[in-house]
Design a protein around this ligand. Structure first.
Ligand code: ATP
Length: 883
């Protein structure tokens, strides 16, 4: 490679106009060997890593500035400035300092949330198969350099710009780059026309597109920002944080609430004037109250909770790709799951064989191997796409690994066998046909081996090696094995005089000679039965949708407790025959679907959704992508799935485990609960402040609080304790209650009543304190009201830690973060009362011991009230179904 050339020049070469060999020569690589480690190091130095520097997230200063652009904040700053100019300079400065502190809290939260989302994005990394130093490696896509030889198969994300060297039946979805929604067929021939546009460069693959069919080998021509996607990446102004349904609804609600609060504040302002209060002071008070009480930050706080929740979910092996999924997880009523790998371990092992009328439990160390067994072993060894990694580990589809392993266990030399029977052509596996065929050229023979689901292979068999052949008898054996939980694969072959034309399933998979059966066992995952039980308790129906045989599906379903004996199984063929109405009547209670094609999954999702169900669906193949998009929560596999499925999914299971879905649902419910608790806490506090200031003039009391007090309470009570509520553990019965209806109001189950009446109680306690202190000629009455209001909110935050459980049951110290912030806030409040500098800033005065005791006693009534409320809830007396 021309070392003086710049990466830009290099990448802009017209590789599509050149022949494949010339491209390799230009990039100084031999396709069969790949680059050497030294070459990779040099090129990495020159071209950098294969990463696109996206402009994700907002710059920090924009997030910070965003904190000050709220209309009421601007009014408050202006009002404070005016009051400062008119004389109350300290007051004005204090108010502005508090506004700044408040903004900082908001900024830190939002910044953390953005970072969490960006970190999530970066975890969704692609891995690729690369040939280097003559060996196939599995690497992170970021490590690719120009000249690397990349191996791709259906379902891969194209990791860089690539010139194709080999393309078998290759189709690519390029919509991400060109907008073209139909898959594009790719070939390797060079293109003659110099002016060919990107979308028509059929011998090139572009980063960010997806292979939907076939296999390919290619050489990397451009990486990172030099790729076509990299060139336009700057234009993709990706919205970093997606809005969740609740956030959207809260934004609408917030606007209405803001108007009501402004109306109340106007009344307070006018009432104050009528009572003879100073106008500027009254204006500042009214605006401060509006700023404190309008929950303008609520949608942001909710999103932050979801974003942080999503980063906690990663620790539970669930990677959230679309943020709204965190919220909607709690509404799932159906989990439609694949079987292999999700419910089972995907650690398959061949345990049974049927060859020429005899059943074997092993093929290994068979001394006198018959010709039937010999050719069967040959088929096991050759008909697969398994590869060996440098350490000798087999990489590929577990079904195929198990079958190849059975061949290797007999002691054959697979490398020699593959050399003497090289693969000439193939019709790759697809889950609708459920079979695959490979052609191998021997010295004198051209053999095609076909393997697949027994009924799919036998359908095309006309004889067996001895010419005697009974479909029914063999299917019967396969069925018996399936009933014992085995995945059964049938093998057949055909002797060809020459490669047929064209090589497609219809033409090739005909007139086969049956060879034998293999039975694979894939035991259920240990943690699945418990997860299934948890689903039932939580009102969620688990459903198995598999490409496997109905009997295998039922055997496994029974073993994990998904169904009881003799449960109904609907097969793909039956699905085809049922009308939508008929099927709709059955989807509600059918829990096993077998021999289903991915296309049929979409229909199942649709019908369930029409019945008002909220569906989570797993999938791993290319054809699963539409069903994953259609499901309310599409779930892809992190370990075995395709990139195509992952791109379409809302959530990725990093361990492919069904139990992880259930854990994520539990976590989703907890996060939602805690958001509700936060809203309940914050809005009840606001309601308490409004009641206090609204009722005071009506009761003939002077203005109970100064603007700075209101802002301070808002700052110390909303910020830290609110965040600590997010740490609250799951409620004890969280997985024993039915799923939340997705349209349910966040204020359901008595929340708005709580906000009003506990708020009123807090207001009453503050005004009682004020009246009592004035009555007893206590000069510090305002400091007392200020303290009672603050302490009431701190006690309230402890009381709302559970929706129904008593604080005495869940334990006072079980949320250390919350206890910590409550203690800190008490200390801050005492500082404001007893440190003289703050006395002048906050217009407070040190309280006597008696006065302080009074302020520490009265707020406990809030705890009493909330505990009574929870007792009534526990005994089903209030808020049973209220919305
Ligand atoms: P599950 O839901 O259990 O994960 P699946 O939907 O992944 O199953 P597929 O992989 O589509 O099932 O396989 C369907 C059927 O195709 C299997 O039962 C098996 O008979 C056959 N089959 C699977 N893998 C191969 C393969 N590599 N070659 C040939 N046939 C296969």
């Amino acid at each position: 490679m021309d070392t003086a050339d710049t990466p830009e020049n290099q990448a802009s070469r017209p590789f599509h106009l050149l022949e494949a060999e010339d491209v390799c020569a230009l990039l100084e690589v031999t396709p069969t060997d790949g680059l050497t480690s030294e070459a990779v190091t040099l090129r990495r130095h020159k071209y950098g890593t294969n990463e696109i520097i996206e402009t994700v997230g907002h710059p920090w200063w924009r997030i910070l500035l965003g904190q000050f652009t709220d209309f009421m904040i601007v009014v408050l700053i202006a009002a404070a400035a005016v009051s400062g100019i008119l004389g109350e300079l300290t007051d004005a400065i204090a108010i502005i300092v508090i506004i700044i502190l408040n903004a900082l809290v908001g900024f830190i939260q939002e910044f953390r949330a953005e970072q969490a989302v960006i970190a999530l994005k970066q975890m969704a990394r692609t891995i690729v198969r690369v040939r280097r130093d003559k060996i196939t490696h599995v690497l992170a896509a970021a490590e690719l350099v120009p000249g690397d030889i990349v191996l791709l198969e259906a379902g891969n994300m194209v990791p860089a710009d690539i010139r194709l060297l080999e393309a078998i039946d290759l189709e690519v979805d390029e919509s991400a780059l060109t907008g073209e929604s139909l898959p594009v067929h790719k070939i390797i021939a060079s293109i003659k026309d110099k002016d060919t546009i990107l979308a028509e460069r059929h011998n090139m693959l572009f980063r960010g597109t997806l292979t939907t069919r076939g296999r390919a080998t290619g050489v990397v021509t451009a990486t990172g920002m030099q790729t076509e996607l990299g060139k336009i990446a700057v234009m993709l102004d990706s919205e970093t944080i997606q809005k969740t349904p609740i956030q959207k609804r809260l934004a609408v609600f917030g606007r209405k609430l803001a108007l009501s609060i402004i109306a109340i504040c106007t009344i307070i302002f006018v009432a104050g004037l009528l009572q003879g209060e100073d106008m500027i002071m009254m204006f500042l008070t009214a605006v401060s109250l509006a700023v404190a009480a309008i929950p303008e930050a609520l949608p942001a706080v909710v999103t932050i909770a979801f974003a942080l929740g999503a980063s906690q979910l990663v620790r539970q092996h669930a990677l959230i790709r679309r943020l709204p999924a965190v919220e909607t997880l709690g509404s799932v009523t159906f989990i439609c799951s694949d079987k292999t790998g999700t419910l089972t371990r995907n650690a398959m092992h061949a345990e049974l064989f049927y060859i020429a009328g005899v059943e074997y439990t092993t093929l290994a160390s068979r001394d006198a191997i018959s010709s039937e067994i010999k050719i069967f072993i040959q088929a096991l060894a050759l008909n697969n796409d398994v590869e060996k990694n440098p350490t000798g580990k087999l990489i590929g589809d577990p079904t195929e690994i198990a079958l190849l392993q059975a061949a290797l266990d007999t002691g054959i030399d697979n490398t020699a066998l593959s050399k003497s029977w090289p693969r000439m052509a193939e019709v790759s596996f697809d889950s609708s046909r459920k079979r695959m065929t490979t052609f191998h050229q021997g010295k004198e023979q051209l053999l095609a081996f076909t393997k697949g689901a027994p009924e799919q292979v036998l359908e095309h068999c006309t004889s067996d090696i001895h010419g005697q052949f009974s479909h029914a008898a063999i299917l019967d054996i396969a069925n018996h094995w399936a009933m014992r939980g085995y995945r059964v694969i049938a093998y057949a072959y055909r002797d060809w005089p020459a490669l047929p034309e064209p090589i497609d399933a219809n033409n090739v998979e005909q007139e086969l000679t049956f060879l034998g059966l293999a039975g694979l066992m894939d035991p259920p995952r240990d943690e699945v039965p418990a997860a299934v039980r948890e689903c039932y308790q939580a009102g969620i129906k688990p459903v198995m949708i598999t490409g496997d045989h109905p009997a295998t599906a039922r055997a496994i379903a029974e073993r994990i407790g998904l169904v009881h004996d003799h449960a109904d199984v609907i097969t793909g063929k039956q699905l085809e025959r049922l009308t939508d109405e008929q099927l709709s009547g059955q989807v509600n209670h059918t829990q096993i679907y077998a021999r289903v094609s991915p296309q049929q999954k979409i229909r199942l999702v649709q019908l369930l959704q029409q019945r008002g169900e909220y569906v989570a669906m797993t999938g791993d193949g290319v054809n699963d992508a539409p069903a994953l998009k259609k499901a309310d929560i599409g779930i892809a596999m992190g370990e075995k799935g395709t990139d195509v499925a992952r791109e379409a999914a809302d959530m990725v299971l990093m361990d492919d485990n069904f139990a992880t879905i259930v854990r994520a649902i539990r976590e989703g419910r907890r996060i939602y609960d805690n958001i509700r608790k936060f809203i309940k806490y914050a809005m009840t506090g606001n309601s308490g402040e409004i009641w206090t200031l609204f009722l005071a003039p009506i009761l003939g009391l002077p203005l109970p609080l100064l603007p700075i007090h209101i802002l301070w309470i808002n700052l110390v009570t909303d910020g830290l304790p609110g965040l600590a509520l997010g740490q609250e553990k799951a409620e004890e019965n969280i997985m024993q209650r039915p799923p939340r209806h997705p349209q349910e109001s966040i204020f359901a189950h008595g929340m708005w009543q709580h906000i009003l009446w506990i708020g009123l109680l807090i207001g009453a306690l503050s005004l009682f304190t004020q009246a009592w202190a004035i009555q007893n000629n206590i000069e510090n009455w305002q400091t007392m009201v200020f303290t009672v209001l603050t302490f009431s909110q701190l006690i309230h935050v402890l009381a709302v830690r559970s929706e129904a459980q008593s604080l005495f049951t869940i334990g006072w110290l079980t949320n250390p973060a919350l206890i910590g912030t409550v203690l800190l806030t008490i200390l801050l409040q005492l500082g404001v009362i007893y440190i003289s500098v703050f006395n002048s800033i906050f217009n407070t005065a040190p309280l006597s011991l008696e006065e302080l005791l009074f302020c520490c006693t009265v707020p406990w009534l809030v705890l009493l009230a909330v505990e009574v409320e929870k007792w009534l809830v526990r005994h089903g007396m209030i808020y049973r179904d209220s919305n």
